[in-house]
Write a new protein. Sequence first.
Length: 354
Amino acid sequence: MMNAALTKLRGKRIGLVTNQSSVTNTWQLSRVAYHEALNLHCLYAPEHGLGGNVERGEGVRDSDDPLTGLEIRSLYQDEATQIGSFDDLDGLLFDIQDVGVRFYTYISTLRQIMSIGLPVTVIDRPNPLGGTIVEGGLLAAEDESFVGPRGLPIRYGLTIGELAHWMNEAYDLKCELTTVDLQGWKRSELWFNSSRPWVMTSPAIAHQESTFFYPGMCLLEGTNLNEGRGTSAPFELLGSPFIDPYSLSADVNSLNLNGVVFTPISYTPTGGVLNHGLYGHITDVSVFRPVETTIRLLSLIRRRYPDELTANDYFRKLAGFDFDELDDSEILLERLRSESATFALETRRLYRYE
């Protein structure tokens, strides 16, 4: 576990930014392992908290960790207040399993800690979605928020360590940045094809199928459709009381979407109403494109239910484009493919793995 970069942290006052998703190759929680090796000064918790049990958008409270006895400082009070206190530290260690998606807020937390002026060491971890496919257009500066760092596509195809170096340059953070590289990971490797079990990274990303649908189906949170929250299959479902699931599933499957099929379903989310819609099933993860799939789904539903399907202000923050652009999904997809291809080409120089 220890290498030269980590050995240099011994004897220093180090704060670890982490959560329950971070475990060693022997399944020990990394905060316990790092505290044993480095005598950590404190812990920092991102959105969802150290245990990953706090719901999205809810504030995370300062507390104490029963496993290590360390103080837990919240980095997420609410969407407008994320930064904690760092005056008593010599440096920060970041170890969180990311999912490789722009609106997953752990990367915004990484950007924030890199901007405070302390040295930061990032423990690199695999991108569950692999490192070869990039999807979605680049988010414009005027659409930037905590759920969307500017300049990134939705599925960015970088590990968290590679992304840290990209952020350091793109945002001119001037962070003294060190990364602890992965051993044996290849860009073509997908968690879906891995024998390693998935550890829940947040309340709604409980298993790997959710992880692979998430880059696209999360866009539904900017609409009046349910995306499966409140069920056992978040992001694998979509539904609404106004949908006819049988005719919609037939129309969707006639699109011949790559690597996925949808079956009709009716379900009631916890505390919600009866929804009718679709259940997604990945048939070939290597060709499945979650962002393109969701755009085609929304475009079809918008044509079928023009008076019922609506969007809110959150949609553009997530998608990076206007809801009305779904009216001509082919033009939209052509633009998004061009932007994502440009990003993929420009970030090749940052690759740390082949």
